[in-house]
Every structure is written in structure tokens, then in C-alpha cells.
Design a protein around this ligand. Sequence first.
Ligand SMILES: [Zn+2]
Length: 229
Amino acid sequence: MRTKNRQPKIKLLALKTRSFILDIFFPSFCVTCKKEGVFLCKDCKKRIDIFKTPSHFPKKSKLEIFYCATKYKQDEIEKLIYSFKYQFIKEIKNELCEILMEHLKISGFKKNSSQVLIPVPLHKKRLRWRGFNQSEILAKEISDHFDIPMITNVLFRKKYTEPQTLKQDRKERIKNVKNAFLCKNIEIIKDKEIILIDDVLTTGATLKECAKILSKNNIKKIIAITIAK
Ligand SMILES: [Zn+2]
């Protein structure tokens, strides 16, 4: 019994120590106004326009509903996502997920027992470079919050592609991700409602390509969740 009680305390202590060390060496500053102690201060957060309804993909797409929290083209969001993905500040997941949870709440997202979360996978090479998959970090937060299982052993990225943000042309972006993914262990997703998780939607080519390959299996439906578009 004692060991059981001690475990969470040790974990909490480890987390606090980590946060203390991080604060000394990497103090957090608001990404826009540089106020110390947070990555996004209350005043700057107020400026973020959180969408109140979900979006829909075109009818012929395999994706049905699409929950996107806010638009990418606002200073706060662009800077949060940049620091998260390219300055590797994993802790920014908290600010991003706070915005996302608020959107899911007001736009009527409902959980159900057939749902599973699948983060858009990174290619091994990019995963080595960044050290983490940003979509998986977001999916883990959603998984903990709603108690929906996260699955990372079904969808894989087989083709190394240039980041979609570097491809300006729409056709180029579609070509870039074409046949980039593959499925394994498909029995896990049988009759499931799949929730694809990505950080940012650019043209939607990545999500559509993931949905296309996943829909070839016996699944119920596919929806998507992203922070911004
Ligand atoms: Zn601020």
C-alpha cells in the first residue's frame, strides 16, 4: 500500500524538479508580448478567435466532420506552433490544447466508445530530427482528457516528404503526400470511428491521404481534429 502511495509523489516531485530546472535555464515568455512566466499570457490569449462550429470536408472526401480550433494566420498561433515544432518547446502543448479543448467544448464534440485517436505519423527521419511527433503529443493530451484510446501502430508514413509548408502550390502538396502512408495491424481499427489528429491543416492533402488509406479497412467513419487551419 505504501509503495502505491509513494509512486505519485515521486512522479510529482520529478515533474516539479523538471519544471524548476526548465524555468531556470529556459524561462518561459509569452510568444507575442514577451511577458515572463507563460508561453501565452491571458491578454494575448483573449485575441485568439476560437471557432464555434466544426467544419466539413467536401462531400467526396472520406473525412466527415473536421474540428479545427482556430485560424493559423494570427500572430499568437503562428508563434506558438513555430516554437512548438521548430524550437522544440514541448511544453507549449498545454497552451495549444487549452485552445483546442475550448473549441471542442463549444463546437459540440461528443465522445463515444467506438472512437480511437490516430495522430498523423512522421517519417522516421523527421522523428529523429525533431525528437517527437507533435501530432502524437496533442493526441495524447486529447486521449487523457476524454479517455479515448490513442493508436500509433496502425498508420505509418513510408515516404519521406518535404514539409507541406515549403510547398506553395496546391497540386505540389497533393503530389507530395500521395501514397506516403501505409496501414498495419488493421484488425485494431475494425468498426472504429477514427479521429485523425494533426497540428495544422494547410490544404488538407495530408489528412485526406490518411483518410483515403484508412477507409480501405472496415471502419465506421473518420473525423479529424487540428489546432489550426
Ligand atoms: Zn502576451
